[in-house]
Design a protein around this ligand. Structure first.
Ligand code: DOR
Ligand code: ZN
Length: 344
């Protein structure tokens, strides 16, 4: 196959940030995606529908293509009460609430420490059918970083799903075979997003032959057997798994540092990367559902009307993206990919 025309996809897990970065990354995203679930972990996290509306307007100001639609989320917090959850369920802009265990990743210091104290909020979310998006990693410092996803699933997520079987859950950016198994084995309310990096890389790509700060993300890349389980899930045709890039820009100097930030910037070439993986698995015919249908079905949104074209044609990723006097290094910078995206 040398050409693929599919419904324009949605990125169901994206970091747009604010200010100057926002301007640049929204431009890259809107070429690839018609809509995106926008993560709320700003420096001052988005905790209410009111804040989400303001952030939505800021994003829209930077959207030249009027068809790009940011799908807003709230940062899970203890101030969420029945009125706010009802507001979320009635809002046409806010689509879900994202739970971060405190300190697990970028700007998550305000996250949750005791999951067991959140059950009243889960109950309201279940009642009002508001999806719970989860950064599923334990924040227990004694847990090995490679086991944090599995431990969170065992200690917390299984219990949440058990207590609230009708709560719709997305296990974000799954990174382990245990997460794949959990999603397959749970009821029809449990889903997962899958990033390009967790499909393409394992921890050797991060740590062997020199440390690669631009491959550092959270959840951290795991073993080859984990990657293979995720590839199998993405290309299985199961509607439980859909596209979410977790594209998360940080400046070059913040990543190439003695204490580097977690996050991989993939927005520039996301669909080209997913296409290469699906091609390798002989599953190109499953790409459209994974990227343009299962996600919008989960969020109860109609499919996009516009299309994109992926052509088998070499495409070189730029070395850097200039943002003022700072730089963002995109995933696969200066490397050549074998697919190229265009809008039709
Ligand atoms: O690698 C990551 N970067 N993982 C996350 O969960 C957050 C993200 C960010 O915001 O930088
Ligand atoms: Zn993320």
């Amino acid at each position: 196959m040398t050409e693929l025309i599919i419904t324009k996809p949605d990125d169901m897990h994206l970091h747009l940030r604010e200010g100057d970065i926002l301007k640049h990354v929204v431009k890259d995203t809107q070429k690839q995606f018609a809509r995106a679930i926008v993560m709320p972990n700003l420096k001052d996290p988005i905790k209410s529908v009111h804040q989400a509306e303001i952030y939505y307007q800021e994003i829209k100001k930077n959207t030249k293509d009027l068809n790009f639609e940011p799908l807003m989320t709230l940062f899970f917090n203890n101030a969420l009460n029945i009125d706010e959850i009802r507001k979320v369920s009635e809002s046409s802009l806010v689509h879900a609430i994202k739970l971060y265990p405190s300190g697990v990743t970028t700007n998550s210091a305000d996250g949750v420490d005791a999951i067991e104290n959140c059950f009243n909020i889960f109950e309201l979310m279940e009642k009002f059918d508001v999806p719970l998006l989860v950064h599923a990693e334990s924040n227990d410092k004694n847990v090995d970083i490679f086991d944090r996803e599995k431990v969170f699933i065992d200690r917390n997520l299984s219990q949440i799903h058990g207590e609230f079987p009708n709560l719709r859950i997305v296990v974000e950016h799954i990174s382990s075979k245990e997460a794949v198994e959990f999603v397959f084995d749970s009821g029809d309310k449990v889903f997962a997003t899958i990033t390009p990096q967790h499909l393409l890389f394992d921890r050797n790509d991060l740590l062997s032959h020199g440390i690669k700060p631009h491959h550092y993300c959270l959840p951290i890349l795991k073993r080859s057997e984990d990657r293979l389980a995720i590839v199998k899930a993405a290309t299985s045709g199961s509607p439980k798994f859909f596209l979410g890039t977790d594209s998360a820009p940080h400046f070059k100097h913040e990543k190439e540092s003695s204490c580097g930030c977690a996050g991989i910037y993939s927005a520039l070439s996301a669909m080209e990367l997913y296409a290469s993986i699906f091609e390798t698995e002989n599953a190109l015919e499953k790409l459209e559902n994974f990227s343009s249908k299962y996600g919008s079905d989960f969020y109860k949104l109609p499919s996009n009307k516009s299309k994109i074209k992926l052509t088998k044609k070499e495409f070189k990723i730029p070395a850097r993206i200039q943002v003022g006097n700072k730089e963002i290094i995109p995933l696969f910078a200066e490397e050549t990919l074998s697919w190229q995206l265009s809008e039709i």
